[in-house]
Design a protein around this ligand. Structure first.
Ligand SMILES: Cc1cc2nc3c(=O)[nH]c(=O)nc-3n(C[C@H](O)[C@H](O)[C@H](O)COP(=O)(O)O)c2cc1C
Length: 181
């Protein structure tokens, strides 16, 4: 079964951006994909801060990325870009970790002011990790989404939800295309 890894880059719980990944996982699993979550805040903090590539938990996480067909990365905007927590993990991913994979970036923010954090913050770092096929990135404002019961995402904006669902369908179709090759 082709697999997808999700990477949650928020340091907080509950988290809107992590909720988006939970929503995505449910839809992708219904489409027959196996989804493996990586929640960066649950990884060993000392290994992240000290740059320990050889930490077993970090290595297990990056091995999951290597094996995956698709990767979805979600982060809140912090100070106009992706979080430092996410960066500590991406810095430990091997060179070319995202090469040959379908990659979808998702960003949440308090306002529309920093929506370009998706284009000018997150996408360049994904490209630096080898991502060639970056599909349907989407920026969500806090007014459009809420987390209920700790992890479940509820859309307050039906248009944003419909666009996200269509993006996930396209993401799954790309993965199916890769799998047939
Ligand atoms: C430390 C911090 C910095 C933030 N910086 C920004 C910012 O620069 N621009 C913005 O639009 N929202 C900013 N926000 C709001 C968050 O991006 C927003 O609430 C996001 O949806 C939180 O996602 P999460 O629930 O997954 O952590 C900031 C929030 C925090 C806690």
């Amino acid at each position: 079964m082709p697999s997808v890894v999700t990477i949650a880059g928020s340091p907080t719980h509950p988290s809107r951006s992590a909720g988006l990944l939970n929503y995505a996982a449910q839809q992708l699993e219904q489409a027959g994909l196996h989804v493996q979550p990586i929640i960066v805040r649950d990884l060993p903090a000392e290994a992240l801060i000290h740059g320990r590539y050889d930490d077993q938990t970090i290595q297990a996480a990056t091995a999951g990325i290597t094996a995956a067909r698709g990767v979805i990365v979600a982060t809140p905007v912090y100070k106009a870009t992706y979080t430092g927590v996410l960066k500590t993990f991406l810095d430990l991913c091997p060179a070319g970790a995202l090469a040959g994979k379908v990659v979808m970036p998702l960003v949440t923010g308090g306002s529309a002011s920093h929506s370009l954090a998706l284009e000018y913050g997150l996408k360049p770092v994904l490209a630096a990790l080898g991502a060639g096929l970056i599909v349907n990135g989407q920026y969500f404002m806090d007014s459009q989404i809420e987390v209920v019961n700790g992890t479940e995402l509820n859309f307050k904006d039906q248009e944003a939800e419909a666009k996200f669902r269509a993006s996930l369908d396209a993401f799954a179709a790309y993965i199916a295309g890769l799998t047939q090759k």
